[in-house]
Design a protein around this ligand. Structure first.
Ligand SMILES: *[C@@H]1O[C@H](CO)[C@@H](O)[C@H](O)[C@H]1NC(C)=O
Ligand SMILES: *[C@@H]1O[C@H](CO)[C@@H](O)[C@H](O)[C@H]1NC(C)=O
Ligand SMILES: *[C@@H]1O[C@H](CO)[C@@H](O)[C@H](O)[C@H]1NC(C)=O
Ligand SMILES: *[C@@H]1O[C@H](CO)[C@@H](O)[C@H](O)[C@H]1NC(C)=O
Ligand SMILES: *[C@@H]1O[C@H](CO)[C@@H](O)[C@H](O)[C@H]1NC(C)=O
Ligand SMILES: *[C@@H]1O[C@H](CO)[C@@H](O)[C@H](O)[C@H]1NC(C)=O
Length: 466
């Protein structure tokens, strides 16, 4: 009696502790995104370029599903996903990608041989995917930018000790998927708060917090948060981290077509937002905390002495200008897409971190909290000032909002999007006209690159994914 009661109590406790497993979206679209995530991990593709990769996979799938409307969406999306990754990562084509495609085709056909129409469909899907990949992997993003470092001085971006190159100065000129370049330029250069957010480098009043919190190696909670969202080497990047969040908060029954539409909208928006962020980065050329604190500067209360030993908690500062946060441009874009899709910010989920398998999953009841937390993690990591995180999130949301509403999606797929997705948009939170906006440091805030020292642009993967 006693034993069985104990057993029942133990069993009940067990059931309560292990909440019903979250149903995670797993279909033809996410399976190819998972292959893309693996490529990002193993090759060390940066956050921004991984946005483009995740966007290419889903957009190719969406094109194939729409254009080959008589084909089973699983076959169309399978063929397109297979083609994108086989083109970009040929070494995994036969062992990994052919195997996954075969599984998907077998599931779609019940193991039967493909009909001639299905074979032709697969070829057509591959051709569409090839066209898309060609369109988006060359162009201005591959051109030499002629970027020059400014002479060292207050507020001027410099490489951190040990760094050899600045990360893709040409990215601001890259070809967007959805929001045209002139619109991105208008967003980032806006000076009228009544028309939208005004992007200005962090005020000097941000510095003291960044100096203290960014170097604090004794506060366990701050350090864990910095590591949890760092998503550096051997991870699928912050973009992949939020891709995993999407798989947990979207209905696990989302159709293949609607999944392709969602991931295409989300990641093309995130790529376009990254372009906008890079325009700001390489026009403001704001220094990183490590450069500022080691150089010294004049703060609100007078001179602050150089601290030659100051080191951020994340010892590797990303190799590109500080303002705004690249992490947050991505997260803002993906947050906006998720809120638009779900029609709400309120959703319960938990998520772990590939980069910190030793830390437990974190639980959330909305999407904005973790998004802001990612920004704070960059402050605690010592790689950003607070305003850069706040404004990074804004630029991400604003660009993604434009991308989401673009006529680009006025297609059959867009029309069949889930009713939920068309719920009145949650407005991007930030760009309130007249909201208090920190003012920029005066002198040298936007140094023009000087003509002295050419720096070679490079796409070489860096150890730290921005
Ligand atoms: C998704 O489903 C496929 C097919 O059922 C399965 O082989 C695969 O392991 C699943 N992936 C995940 C991440 O659960
Ligand atoms: C290719 O597949 C292998 C085996 O699964 C994996 O270890 C590697 O990371 C993959 N490479 C790419 C580029 O995805
Ligand atoms: C690729 O670019 C060409 C030329 O601009 C355009 O005609 C074609 O529709 C594009 N294809 C895709 C899939 O984006
Ligand atoms: C660093 O963290 C410790 C432990 O939480 C805390 O006591 C200390 O005040 C923090 N230091 C700074 C400079 O924030
Ligand atoms: C990433 O993986 C490589 C190869 O397995 C390993 O050498 C490296 O230490 C890893 N980096 C991190 C930061 O875990
Ligand atoms: C960052 O700035 C925002 C907006 O001013 C503020 O609400 C937030 O508390 C700041 N965060 C930190 C960690 O200082």
């Amino acid at each position: 009696m006693w034993r069985s009661q104990t057993l029942i109590v133990a069993l009940a406790a067990c059931l309560m502790a292990v909440a019903p497993a979250q149903a995670i979206l797993n279909n033809t679209v996410t399976q190819w995104e998972a292959q893309a995530q693996q490529a990002v991990r193993s090759i060390g593709i940066q956050n921004q370029l991984s946005n483009r990769l995740y966007g290419l996979v889903a957009l190719a799938q969406l094109h194939a599903i729409e254009k080959l409307s008589t084909l089973d969406p699983v076959i169309a999306a399978g063929g397109a996903g297979h083609a994108v990754l086989s083109i970009l990562f040929p070494s995994n084509q036969s062992a990994e990608y052919d195997g996954l495609l075969k599984k998907q085709l077998d599931a779609a056909t019940g193991g039967k041989a493909l009909t001639d129409a299905q074979k032709a469909g697969l070829k057509a899907a591959a051709a569409l995917a090839g066209d898309l990949v060609r369109n988006h992997t060359g162009g201005a993003s591959a051109e030499y930018s002629g970027f020059k470092f400014g002479a060292p001085g207050p507020f001027v971006y410099q490489l951190a000790p040990g760094q050899k190159y600045a990360l893709y100065p040409q990215l601001g000129n890259a070809k967007p998927f959805v929001v045209p370049q002139p619109e991105l330029s208008a967003i980032v250069t806006n000076t009228d708060a009544a028309k939208g957010p005004v992007f200005k480098v962090p005020p000097i009043s941000d510095y003291e917090t960044a100096r203290k919190l960014g170097a604090n190696t004794t506060d366990k909670a701050l350090g864990e948060t910095a590591l949890f969202w760092a998503d550096g080497a051997n991870t699928s990047a912050i973009s992949g981290h939020w891709l995993d969040i999407a798989k947990r908060v979207l209905p696990s029954t989302l159709s293949v077509k609607d999944s392709a539409l969602f991931f295409a909208k989300a990641f093309t928006g995130a790529w376009d937002a990254s372009i906008a962020a890079w325009k700001i980065k390489y026009s403001t050329l704001h220094w990183r905390p490590v450069t500022a604190f080691r150089a010294g500067y004049t703060g609100p209360d007078g001179p602050v002495a150089a601290d030659k030993e100051w080191t951020g908690f994340l010892t590797r500062t990303p190799p590109h200008p500080e303002y705004p946060s690249g992490h947050q441009a991505t997260v803002g874009a993906l947050l906006e897409a998720l809120v638009r899709q779900l029609g709400t910010d309120k959703v319960e989920f938990s998520i772990g971190s590939e980069g910190t398998p030793f830390l437990p999953e974190r639980k959330y009841t909305d999407l904005t909290t973790p998004a802001v937390e990612v920004g704070d993690s960059r402050l605690y990591g010592g790689v950003h000032f607070n305003t850069s995180n706040v404004d990074g999130l804004i630029v991400g949301r604003v660009v993604a909002s434009k991308a989401w509403d673009s006529p680009f999606w006025n297609t059959k797929a867009a029309a069949s999007a889930p009713a939920k997705a068309s719920t009145p948009a949650a407005k991007p939170s930030a760009p309130k006209a007249g909201s208090p906006k920190p003012s920029a440091p005066k002198a040298g805030a936007s140094p023009k690159p000087d003509a002295a020292k050419p720096a070679a642009p490079t796409d070489k993967p860096a150890a730290t994914k921005p």
